[in-house]
Design a protein. Structure first.
Length: 274
């Protein structure tokens, strides 16, 4: 876990540190941050990581241990008297699918804890949704999915992060879900057309039946069916239903600046697709 100079508990991470991550750690320490490791899979490490912490930003890997990991942090935060807790949730409506049930159980734990809490709920993120298609675009000239004509109010990761900082540094409304999105909702075909203009060559969007897209993910990425469901399919299924067709002004309200349009994001990330 990373403890900032202001005493915020930032995302708990478990990883082998690469040279890039080590250099980031050095930079954080140089800026006055104290680095503390707290492992969400080892709850006994969490109390020490909460010493001197004033607020918690709660986010965990997207897998079937979301509830277990986040309950461990909530329990430790309650014991340490650390609040508020800002939990990462989402603006996409998952309608109590397996992924959503894990998050809802974590939210129930927050509600039962008696701590003050609020939710940062981004729509689907441009980096996650589009950079994952970069290799396919370079090799096949196409993006692949099963989203149909569903529109998505994609948000840039920097805008979601800025909204999170505003909530951590401010006084969020208790138990409120702050839904943050980009400035427009587009479907995947329209996104492919805009990317084509940026790259100066055609990028197609190939829409597949859900089962075929799942098989493609498993074959090409090495995901298990369960990983494909929680990590990708559950989200794209919601897009197709229209459950990501949401645009809000919340980024502006929280940060004082407008969220980044897709065209601007595509230009700034053009190199990733060439």
């Amino acid at each position: 876990m990373l403890v900032s100079p202001a005493g915020f508990l930032l995302p708990a991470i478990r990883f082998e540190r690469s040279s890039r991550e080590r250099s980031r750690g050095v930079a954080l320490e140089a800026a006055g941050a104290e680095l503390v490791v707290g492992d969400m899979d080892r709850p006994e490490t969490l109390p020490a990581a909460l010493v001197g912490v004033g607020r918690v930003f709660l986010v965990s890997p997207m897998d079937d241990r979301i509830e277990v990991r986040e309950r461990a942090v909530i329990t430790a935060a309650k014991a340490a008297g650390v609040e508020p807790v800002i939990k990462l949730y989402g603006a996409v409506k998952h309608r109590e699918d397996p992924l959503d049930r894990l998050h809802l159980a974590s939210i129930a734990a927050l509600r039962d804890s008696g701590l003050r809490w609020a939710l940062l709920s981004p729509n689907s993120v441009m980096e996650t949704s589009l950079l994952s298609q970069a290799e396919s675009i370079k090799r096949t000239g196409a993006m692949w999915g099963c989203a149909g004509d569903g529109r998505i109010g994609l948000i840039a990761a920097d805008d979601a992060a800025a909204a999170g900082v505003a909530l951590l540094c401010g006084e969020p409304e208790p138990e409120h879900s702050y839904e943050v999105t980009g400035p427009q909702a587009l479907n995947m075909t329209e996104i492919a057309q805009r990317l084509s203009l940026v790259l100066g060559r055609e990028v197609a969007y190939n829409d597949l039946p859900e089962d075929e897209f799942r098989d493609l993910l498993i074959q090409q990425s090495g995901m298990t069916p369960e990983q494909a469901e929680i990590g990708v399919i559950a989200h794209v299924r919601a897009w197709k239903r229209g459950d990501a067709n949401l645009v809000t002004n919340t980024v502006t309200e929280l940060t004082g600046r407008d969220s980044m349009p897709l065209d601007e994001w595509l230009h700034s990330h053009r190199a990733a697709f060439v």
